[in-house]
Design a protein. Structure first.
Length: 302
């Protein structure tokens, strides 16, 4: 096999690997909506991460021990990233799916890349030029149009769907998590993942116990068990491993484009499996977001 054919084979493998994480993450949104009447949101989040920790810890604890000094030194960043990325984002997302559609949650996530850049602007002073600012505004208008369901009277009456607003807060939480990764402790990625999952799960314990005092524990039947197994394994661990390997093969810049497939996959699955309707305001909102992203990326390259 020639060097060129080996490179082509590696690229093909990288593209295949990078298709899987957005598919798994999209499935997480659609599944959450599908079992919203069976599994309470905090229980879904807590059991997801507790399950993921049980699966991953036996393979990573030795590495965590090797990195213990750097982890202790960077405890502040670890606490913040676990709160925003593990505990808050997923709990808010699962709560949002109780009152809004998976389609809305999916399409609103398309604004995530720009939200991360805006957070970096406020946290680190990263510069944004005029064209990029216009791109941010377009993305914001697109997300707002979806939240308003294409009706400005919603804004006048303040008649918002609770789940849409919670999804916006979830996006801000994950954008903060992503921005904080710039200052994460310089440790092995699996050590960082294990510790943030552990801290995030620990942070969810009080909320989980509070929810249990108000809502019955979900019945441990096949549907609930299979759902929890999926969210613990695929969007939590398998997606992470596939993503890291794909980035190694193709580079971070090309890999980053695959994030935009999450709303595409999730919207398709929501329509196909949940029977949700794709409406005109969804199309207008996503077109505004895409236009904003294209403008922002071109301005950044320029």
């Amino acid at each position: 096999m020639t060097m060129s054919s080996e490179r082509q084979s590696a690229n093909a493998g990288g593209y295949l690997l990078l298709l899987l994480p957005p598919l798994f993450w999209a499935g997480n949104v659609v599944l959450a909506r599908g079992v919203a009447d069976l599994i309470p949101p905090v229980a879904m989040s807590f059991l997801r991460w507790a399950g993921a920790l049980l699966f991953i810890a036996p393979f990573t604890l030795r590495q965590v021990w090797r990195d213990r000094r750097a982890l202790v030194a960077g405890w502040g960043n670890l606490v913040l990233t676990s709160l925003f990325g593990i505990a808050s984002f997923n709990t808010l997302l699962y709560t949002a799916t109780q009152t809004t559609t998976a389609l809305n949650c999916a399409l609103m996530q398309s604004v995530m890349p720009v939200a991360i850049i805006v957070c970096c602007f406020f946290l680190y002073g990263d510069r944004i030029n005029l064209a990029q600012g216009v791109g941010v505004l377009l993305c914001s208008f697109g997300a707002a149009w979806i939240v308003l369901h294409g009706n400005l009277q919603t804004l006048v009456r303040l008649d918002f769907v609770e789940g849409d607003l919670l999804m916006l807060i979830a996006i801000i939480a994950y954008a903060l998590y992503s921005a904080l990764l710039r200052r994460r402790p310089q440790v092995h990625p699996l050590s960082f993942l294990t510790v943030t999952i552990a801290l995030g799960t620990l942070a969810l314990v009080p909320l989980f116990l509070w929810e249990l005092s108000r809502v019955a524990f979900p019945p441990l039947d096949f549907k609930v068990g299979a759902s929890l197994l999926y969210v613990a394994l695929f969007p939590s661990i398998a997606a992470y491993l596939c993503w890291n390997r794909g980035v190694e093969l193709l580079g971070a810049n090309r890999a980053g484009l695959f994030i935009n497939l999450i709303p595409v996959f999730a919207a398709g699955m929501a329509v196909l499996f949940l029977g949700e309707s794709f409406r005109l305001y969804h199309l207008v909102g996503i077109m505004l977001v895409l236009a904003g992203m294209v403008l922002f990326q071109r301005a950044a390259k320029g």
